[in-house]
Structures are given as C-alpha cells and as structure tokens.
Design a protein around this ligand. Structure first.
Ligand code: TYM
Length: 346
C-alpha cells in the first residue's frame, strides 16, 4: 500500500473558451471524483502566460473557467478550487524541479513541438519548461491521482520521472530527516472512458482544441442550443450507416468520435450506444445526438451565463480555495527547501 494519502489534483488552462473535450475528458470526471476523494482543482493561469494573451482576456478566462467548474457541479466546499498564481509555492517548486528535470526529457515533449510549430526559436522559454510547472502543480500537494485527457499523458510521465529523480537524488537527505524513502509519490494518471480524446468535428484525426481556427471543429460550453445543433449537423461523417459494435469503428474516426461523445454524455459505453443506434444513418443519429447534447449541456451553459454576472462570488471562491491550497502546499515546499539544503528563517 502506498504511504501517501490519496489526493486528486488537476488543472485547466484559462485560454479560449472551454469546449466539449475539456468537459468530457476532464471536468465531468473531476465532478465524479469529488464525492470519493479529496480533490484540488486549479485554473492554471501561469501556464496561460506561455502563449501571449491580452491581460483582459486572461482575467475573463480565469473567471470563465472557474464558472465552468462550478456550473459543471464542482462544489467549492468539498473540493478546493483556486487559480495557480495565488499560491506562489507552485512557481517556487517549479524552479527547483527545473534543476531536477533534464533538458533531454523536455526535448522529447511532443506538445511543445506541436505548440511551438516551425518557429521554435521564437517560442517562449515558458512554453518549453511548461511541463516542469505542471509537475510542480501536482507534487506541491503530493497528489496521487490526476484525471486528464489523453493528450496530457506524456506530461504525467515526466511528472513521475521528476518525482523519482528527486527522491533518488536527495534520498540521503530525505532519510536523514526521518522521512520515508520516497518524499514524492509517483502520481497515477486517470485517463480513460469513451471521451479520453475527443476529436475535431471537422477532422476525425485531429484533437478537439481551443486553438483550432475553425469554430465548427468544437462545441464550446458557451454555445447556445442552436449553435450546438448546427455544429453537430455539420460534423464530418462517412457515407456508411453506423455499425453494430464498437470494434467496427476502428477505421472510421469521425463515426467513432460521435459515438464516443454520445456515450460519454450519457455515461454509457460505445457498444451500448450502438446496440440502440447500430444500422442508423448519420442524419438520424445526429438528431439523437443533438437531443442528448442539448439536454446535458443546456443547463450547464445557463449556469455559466448566470455566473458570468457574479464576479464577486467567483473571486471569493478562488480566494478561499487559494487559502486552503496554500495551507497544504506551504509545509510541503518548506520541507523541500530543507531537503535540498536551502536555509530559511525559523
Ligand atoms: P488544457 O487546459 O489544455 O485542458 C484541460 C483538460 O482537458 C483535457 N482535454 C481533452 N480531453 C479529451 N479530448 C480533448 N480533445 C481534450 N482537450 C483537452 C486535457 O487533457 C486536460 O485534462 N497542461 C494542462 C493543464 C495543467 C494540468 C496541470 C493538468 C497544468 N497543470 C496539473 C493536470 C495537472 C493543459 O494544458 O490542459
């Protein structure tokens, strides 16, 4: 059995508006976990600075993501909800971890390559060291479980590498302080379900993302009912009717995506969706999907709109969450400083 208390941590960037991939791959699962475990959910605003964002847009984005968390059902009394920049321990630990992580490890990160594109020399240094800050987010709380979409898998492997190297490099110092052998846990990623990777509605080989230039590639959580219906109706498909089992979707990425979205929205499996809809033409299936999407997302959107007029409430939730987050992170970072040999005032 692990010596670490079970604790969930995850984060969402406040860039652009939240979309269905963020909801099904991450936020909906955050809500499910909060009734079973201690959970900390963070709006990672420092990460958003890695790509230039106008300050007013960033501020709106931070509050918008917080509104999305609350509207989806996160309870700020049960879970800790806060924005990263209010807890300076994240940035402090990120520096220490940037001295533990190896340049070779960062060079392998595919998300940096994708985001920096051809103009890599001109990308911010923050974009390059982004996964180090992510490891600090998680380990500042010694989190044992991290629910994320599949695109974050490599970053979580790096988090484990950093934890392992820190534990090994400082093992004598950790033991001398009377601690267990491992100071940091090897965090488990929680990735899975039919929506671990929601794809673009325009191209089944590309992930649904905030940065896709086509708004028709994604369903934003702020889209109204008509817009949701239009986007689903226009979604790319293939000419064949739906098959009878999920196995037969393997070579049909657009069909697989729509069936996966349907299943995730209804808390069921692709096979169960196909039991009912196998043999249907896409026009029929899309109508059923519109009904489900409108039913499940309509109330969420209405609550987000309501909360967009409740800035004081949002800011109070973030301030209270930051205070509670700091109470956990502060003693852990104080211990890290001692382990690595820094001197602090007593
Ligand atoms: P971000 O802001 O890009 O995405 C937030 C969450 O949504 C998931 N996600 C998706 N899931 C399924 N299908 C998709 N198309 C899709 N697009 C996004 C992401 O996997 C993520 O779970 N680096 C992180 C933020 C972060 C973080 C952390 C996460 C910073 N520190 C610590 C966990 C723990 C990111 O950019 O997520």
């Amino acid at each position: 059995m692990s010596a670490f208390k079970e604790r969930v941590f995850s984060g969402v960037q406040p860039t652009g508006s939240l979309h269905l991939g963020n909801y099904l791959g991450a936020i909906k699962r955050f809500v499910e976990l909060q009734s079973r475990m201690d959970c900390i959910y963070c709006v990672v605003d420092l990460h958003a600075l890695t790509i230039a964002t106008p300050p007013d847009e960033l501020r709106d984005g931070i509050r918008g993501v917080t509104a999305g968390f609350l509207a989806a059902g996160l309870d700020p009394k049960r879970s800790i909800i806060f924005n990263q920049s209010q807890v300076h321990e994240h940035a402090e630990l990120a520096w220490i971890f940037s001295c533990v992580a190896r340049v070779g490890w960062l060079n392998r990160m595919t998300q940096f390559k994708e985001k920096a594109g051809k103009d890599r020399e001109n990308a911010s240094a923050g974009l390059y060291t982004y996964p180090v800050l992510m490891a600090a987010d998680i380990l500042a709380y010694k989190a044992t479980h991290v629910p994320v979409g599949e695109d974050q898998k490599q970053h979580l492997e790096l988090t484990r590498d950093i934890a392992q190297k820190f534990n090994a490099d400082y093992s004598a110092s950790i033991r001398a302080r009377g601690g267990a052998d491992a100071f940091f846990p090897l965090t488990e990623p929680l990735i899975g379900g039919p929506a671990a990777r929601v794809m673009s509605l325009r191209d089944g080989s590309k992930k649904m993302s905030k940065s896709d230039p086509s708004d028709y590639s994604r369903i934003n959580l702020t889209d109204d009912i008509d817009m949701i219906a239009q986007k689903i109706k226009k979604a790319k498909t293939d000419p064949h009717p739906l098959p009878g089992s999920a196995k037969e979707l393997a070579t049909r990425p657009e069909a697989e995506n729509l069936v996966g979205i349907f299943a995730a929205l209804c808390d069921t499996t692709p096979d169960q969706v196909l039991e009912k809809h196998g043999g249907a033409q896409f026009s029929q299936f899309k109508s059923a999907l519109v009904d489900v999407a409108v039913e499940k997302l309509g109330a969420l959107r209405a609550e987000m709109v309501r909360l967009s007029n409740a800035q004081d409430h949002i800011d109070a939730v973030l301030a209270d969450g930051a205070r509670r987050a700091r109470a956990i992170a502060h003693p852990i970072i104080a211990e890290v400083k001692e382990i690595v040999g820094l001197v602090s005032a007593k």
